[in-house]
Design a protein around this ligand. Structure first.
Ligand code: ZN
Length: 327
């Protein structure tokens, strides 16, 4: 389906709550794919069918460009590269995101250490190894990825796209802006229906929420006529959505501070309050990492203190970031 001049969207089914990832096919002088889903039979079939509608196979692509290293955007990259297609990602993502797939033992070990230091109970980690193995079986890391830099202009299918580094959802998350008409390939930086996960993981920057809020400001400064995100529908009013997302995080920060009166608590305990209700174990771990990002942001602001005696705990030094905003 054509979504803007020279841009086709290929919605690809993925086994995650989003249900689909949007892969974008740039057509002009050649064909370039932006993001590639992960290796399930359904996803691969949908992507191959989407390309075949334009008479293309993986090997006909001039390049594959990845917005970030998460499996739903990156998983088929190694297979497409094996068809002779160069794979590109931001230099920061090569350094910081790509190793998650190429150094699995070290990543699993440091990830487990981080969960434990933060008081995540063993039963919440019970299936972690098996789940990681399943995800890794659906991801083929590119063996020889090429890089681009923040601000660099890339010639993709004869179109000029400027790379915009937007750390937060992933350290090396990149958007691409076609400055001639303001079309933005937004990756998962700004989504329509949900707030993209902003989490601390063992290998990520220590304050991803601080970076994310800065990246939202950076995106707000761009002249965008149409934002094409990694999931859900296109956004016409990018600045409006950015304001909603920033407000959402500030509300969550205040709510988290409200949970912290009294005893120092672990991030796990606080995550149960910030995300109450039934969640699957993988969702619980995302909730934990999102809570941790909010806590570490508050530590940086001086609103929360971190202490460690084998287990890391947090206590608040203020009741609210914006006195009077909460009833
Ligand atoms: Zn995604």
């Amino acid at each position: 389906m054509s979504i803007a001049p020279g841009i086709e969207v290929i919605p690809v089914p993925i086994p995650y709550p989003f249900k689909y990832v949007n892969c974008y096919l740039l057509l002009g002088e050649g064909a370039v794919l932006v993001d590639c889903a992960l290796d399930t039979p359904e996803a691969r079939g949908a992507l191959e069918t989407g390309l075949a509608r334009h008479g293309l196979k993986f090997g006909d692509l001039e390049r594959l460009v990845l917005t970030h290293h998460h499996p739903d955007h990156y998983g088929l990259a190694g297979l497409i590269e094996a068809e002779g297609v160069p794979v590109y990602l931001l230099d920061v993502e090569l350094e910081r995101g790509h190793p998650f797939w190429t150094e699995p033992e070290a990543m699993n070990r440091t990830g487990l250490e981080l969960f434990r230091r933060h008081g995540v109970p063993d039963e919440a980690l019970s299936n972690l190894g098996r789940e990681m193995d399943k995800t890794r079986s659906r991801v083929h890391a590119p063996g020889n990825p090429r890089t681009f830099r923040d601000g660099e202009v890339l010639e993709l299918a004869g179109q000029r796209w400027r790379a915009v580094w937007t750390p937060g959802h992933a350290d090396g998350h990149a958007m691409l802006l076609r400055e001639s008409d303001g079309v933005l390939l937004a990756g998962d930086h700004v989504l329509e229906r949900i707030s993209p996960n902003i989490g601390v993981w063992a290998y990520s920057y220590p304050d991803p929420l601080g970076l994310y809020l800065e990246s939202l400001e950076k995106a707000r400064g761009l002249e965008v006529s149409l934002a094409l995100p990694g999931h859900y529908r296109p956004l016409r009013d990018l600045r409006g959505r950015i304001a909603e997302l920033a407000a959402h995080h500030h509300e969550r920060l205040d709510y988290l501070l409200g949970l912290m009166n009294g005893e120092p608590k672990t991030c796990w305990e606080l995550s149960l309050g910030l995300f109450p209700g039934e969640l699957s174990l993988p969702q619980r771990r995302f909730a934990w990492s999102e809570t941790l990002a909010h806590l570490e942001y508050l530590v940086n602001l001086g609103a929360v203190e971190r202490s460690e005696d084998g287990t890391i705990r947090y206590s608040s030094t203020v009741h609210s970031l914006a006195p009077g905003r909460r009833a």
